[in-house]
Ligand binder design. Structure first.
Ligand code: HEC
Ligand code: HEC
Ligand code: HEC
Ligand code: HEC
Ligand code: HEC
Length: 675
């Protein structure tokens, strides 16, 4: 651990030397900034509190005024673990002049300033603070600044809410928060990008770093296994891929490994060898696909939104960030495309292609559609060389393939560990403009921006930067995996931005990993595909970004008396008639033609209680287009005054206790199990 502590000091120093001007962020508000080019989220600086001046060790942008840092953890990969201080800075934007109170839930110390006035100054040890005085916000832009210091003991967390006049507390919406771009921020963003390029391209597979449990999960990323690869892929396609992966897919992570005159010969030898790596059950030639009409496949392709990440095979789009599919016939051996579509992660755990739980029929239909538009011929002459197989095997063992790909033969390739690469050399070797013909270095064909980012990363003392930053992991992978290709596009698919403050992370993890058997919104035709290897990190990071722990705190035993009252509350007779839209286990909703809602039996394993409460008290505050009726007034009181005197929070607790019974929920009065 000593190594790391020393390294972080160095890292802070080197990062600072990268800054054009040393930024010393005094708590509170710095010089005036205009909001002309304001962008979403607040700027946040992290520092280690020390005697005298505080120096920012990291600057970044966060979408919410919240954080969660477990004991022993750190809010950012750039900082050593606690104690730490976080300072938010930016704008709070409102459409009309209005007044709000502010309130926080926290463990730590908070000072919140609006337009230069301190509105909250509190030390919290877990609970909710009382609300501030009413604060007048001007129409348009208001300055907001907050500083948070981690607590002496326990996890650090913060969630700031605002309370509109005559309204209920809610997290400050993301759309209301923005910040001005700055050159300091740009410096740190470059290092961040470098870190991400380094991790995504598996540099550490060759330039190794001393292991630590804290390190980024991406360091475990694999590549497609070579075991049985000869049964799956065509050798000619493999040869072309190995020669130049980016000629087939511009977003390839795999580098070019062979350069110079021998390149083609080497690639042929390697693919000839890979072709011999077959499994016992050799694929049978199949003619089945001819019988399948391709239209079903085409509509499935659109319905499932394969287009979120792929160029449709019949489209001429040249968006380089999308994965092309025109070559599937050249690549996959018979029946292997179908097998791939059904379970893309079989030979490659960290594949970015998600699993749609396709039925065999669906996979056949999609494959038929893809093949009907695929290029058939391949522009390559099979080499007449005899028996390059042995040479291929030797190349695989000595070229570095096995630093990324797995196969049970010995790997004879080694390279220098990361610490042995001088920062000044980061324009050579793997980062040279053009590959050196004689070298054994891989060639990634990085853009200028990527090279500069890697260089900034190199100067910033990387070992420490490889620490796990859970929020960053989620933010990075949400981009990388193109979640927004579905989530901000289609009606009925929940907006991704709120999910960290809505779902229990343990449920979200299971759901993203494809391990939840039911479909929450059974009425929509789209499907959430699963991203197995990424699920845990995504779920943790999303929750922590909203100020929630990786795992929900346990609850006391179910209060059966409250649960019984909850059962009455959902009924049609004397209750809220929730059951006209919501089903309960096997009992269907009574008015399905209304607007269907989720099954109550799954509500509490899925939702955070705070969200459940906020949603039912004011659904339109969460989703202004929601069809869910409003039952409670602005003071949180309901018209059912014979139950708890109409007290909203108590009635909601009762509903929650009832729903906690899950699949054991007894039918509400007036309904029986079998209808
Ligand atoms: C397949 C293994 C492999 C991978 C993956 C790899 N490198 Fe290299 N790298 C090498 C080899 C081999 C050299 C030549 C020097 C040596 O023998 O270590 C080299 C050289 C370098 C050098 C030049 C060092 C000098 O001072 O000359 C830099 C910088 C470098 N790599 C950075 C990277 C980065 C950044 C990545 C990820 C984007 C990366 N490498 C991925 C194998 C690899
Ligand atoms: C969230 C993004 C995403 C979605 C949605 C998606 N894919 Fe993919 N798909 C990928 C990525 C990324 C790859 C490349 C995987 C790799 O090798 O790293 C891929 C690879 C593939 C391949 C193999 C191509 C090759 O060259 O290896 C096929 C075939 C494919 N996808 C079909 C589909 C179909 C059909 C759908 C819809 C049912 C779909 N994909 C939906 C991201 C996606
Ligand atoms: C730095 C890591 C790395 C190295 C080194 C590397 N690969 Fe790859 N390879 C990958 C990744 C990752 C993929 C998945 C596609 C992508 O994202 O580029 C891949 C894909 C492939 C594929 C296609 C497999 C499929 O199922 O789609 C073949 C074949 C392949 N590599 C062969 C090789 C050979 C042969 C070598 C050595 C000459 C090699 N690779 C070196 C990372 C690497
Ligand atoms: C191909 C389209 C598609 C992609 C890509 C996609 N999603 Fe989804 N997602 C959906 C659909 C559809 C639902 C609603 C499923 C339902 O309720 O039955 C959903 C629901 C979810 C939910 C549950 C929300 C709730 O309120 O129940 C989470 C969490 C989620 N997605 C996370 C992600 C993440 C993280 C990514 C990227 C790694 C992602 N999704 C990518 C289509 C997609
Ligand atoms: C008129 C139909 C209707 C009635 C009546 C109704 N709801 Fe809903 N409810 C909805 C709709 C629509 C949604 C949003 C579904 C979605 O995610 O798209 C919803 C969502 C919910 C959610 C989950 C939010 C989420 O995103 O997962 C809960 C919890 C909920 N309702 C509880 C209740 C309770 C408790 C009652 C009775 C007090 C009730 N609902 C009455 C239509 C209704």
């Amino acid at each position: 651990m000593k190594f790391e502590v020393r390294a972080i000091r160095r890292s802070i120093r080197t990062l600072l030397s990268l800054l054009p001007a040393v930024c010393s962020l005094a708590p509170g508000i710095s010089a005036a900034v205009s909001n002309d080019d304001a962008i979403g989220g607040l700027q946040v600086s992290y520092s280690t509190p020390r005697e005298g001046a505080e120096i920012a060790a990291d600057l970044t942008v966060l979408p919410n005024l919240s954080l969660y840092v477990p004991t022993g953890g750190s809010p950012t990969p750039f900082l050593e673990s606690k104690p730490f201080k976080a300072v938010w800075d930016g704008f709070l934007n409102v459409d009309i002049r209005s007044s709000y109170k502010f309130q926080a839930e926290l463990n730590g110390e908070l000072r919140l300033e609006i337009n230069g006035q301190t509105v909250l100054e509190v030390t919290g040890n877990g609970g909710e603070t009382s609300a501030s005085k009413l604060v007048r916000l001007s129409k348009g832009t208001n300055r907001i600044a907050a500083s948070f210091s981690s607590p002496v003991a326990g996890d650090a967390w913060l969630r700031v809410h605002w309370i509109p006049r005559n309204g209920l507390p809610e997290p400050i919406p993301r759309t209301a928060l923005s910040h001005a771009p700055s050159s300091e921020l740009a410096v740190f963003s470059r290092v961040r990008l470098g870190r991400s390029v380094f991790l995504e391209h598996r540099c550490a597979n060759c330039h190794t770093i001393p292991g630590s449990a804290d390190f980024a999960p991406e360091l475990a990323m694999d590549a497609p296994s070579f075991e049985g690869i000869g049964s799956r892929l065509n050798p000619v396609w493999m040869r072309n891929w190995i020669l130049n992966p980016r000629s087939i897919r511009s977003a390839a992570r795999m580098p070019r490994m062979f350069h110079g005159e021998d390149a083609e010969e080497n690639a042929s030898a390697v693919s000839a060898y890979l072709a011999t790596l077959t499994t016992h059950d050799s694929p049978s030639e199949s003619t089945l696909e001819l019988a399948i009409d391709t239209q079903t496949g085409e509509s499935l392709f659109n319905k499932l939104r394969c287009t979120a990440c792929h160029v449709a095979p019949d489209s001429s789009s040249s968006d380089a960030t999308l994965i092309p599919l025109r070559h599937v016939t050249q690549k996959f051996r018979p029946e292997q495309l179908e097998a791939f579509l059904q379970k893309p992660e079989t030979h490659f755990a960290w594949i970015r292609m998600p699993n749609f739980k396709l039925t065999a029929d669906e996979a056949d239909q999609l494959a038929a559609f893809l093949r009907s538009h695929a290029e058939q011929t391949i522009s390559y002459q099979e080499s007449s060389n005899v028996a390059p197989v042995n040479r291929g095997r030797q190349l695989v063992q000595t070229t570095g393939c096995l630093n990324c790909h797995s196969l049970s033969v010995e790997n004879h390739f080694t390279s220098r560990p990361l610490i042995a690469l001088e920062a000044s050399g980061w324009n050579e070797g793997c980062l040279a403009d053009t590959p050196d013909d004689d070298s054994r270095t891989p060639y990634f064909a990085f853009s200028k921006t990527e090279v500069e980012a890697l260089q900034a990363f190199a100067k910033s003392n990387h070992p420490v930067l490889l620490r796990h930053g859970e929020v960053e992991f989620a933010q990075r992978q949400i981009q990388n995996l193109r979640c927004a290709g579905c989530h901000s596009q289609l009606e009925g698919i929940p907006p991704l931005e709120i999910l960290g403050g809505k779902l229990k992370p343990e449920w979200a993890e299971q759901f993203i990993a494809g391990r939840v058997a039911y479909k929450p919104r059974h009425w929509i035709q789209e499907r959430m595909p699963s991203f197995g290897a990424y699920a845990e990190g995504l779920a943790h990071g999303m929750a922590m970004e909203h100020g929630f722990p990786r795992k929900t705190f346990g609850e006391p035993e179910i209060d059966q008396i409250a649960a019984e009252i909850g059962r009455r509350l959902v009924a049609s007779d004397g209750g809220f008639s929730c059951i006209s839209c919501h089903s309960i286990g096997k009992i269907g909703a009574t008015a399905v033609f209304e607007s269907p809602g989720i099954n109550f039996a799954y509500a509490t394993e899925r939702l955070l209680k705070s969200y459940f409460t906020r949603w039912i008290l004011n659904p339109l505050g969460v989703d202004p287009t929601s069809k869910m009726p409003v039952y409670f007034d602005e003071q949180g009181r309901s018209p059912l005054i014979d139950i708890y005197g109409g007290d909203g929070p108590q009635q909601l607790d009762a509903l929650w206790e009832y729903m906690r019974l899950g699949t054991q929920m007894a039918p509400p009065p007036g309904l029986s199990e079998v209808r």
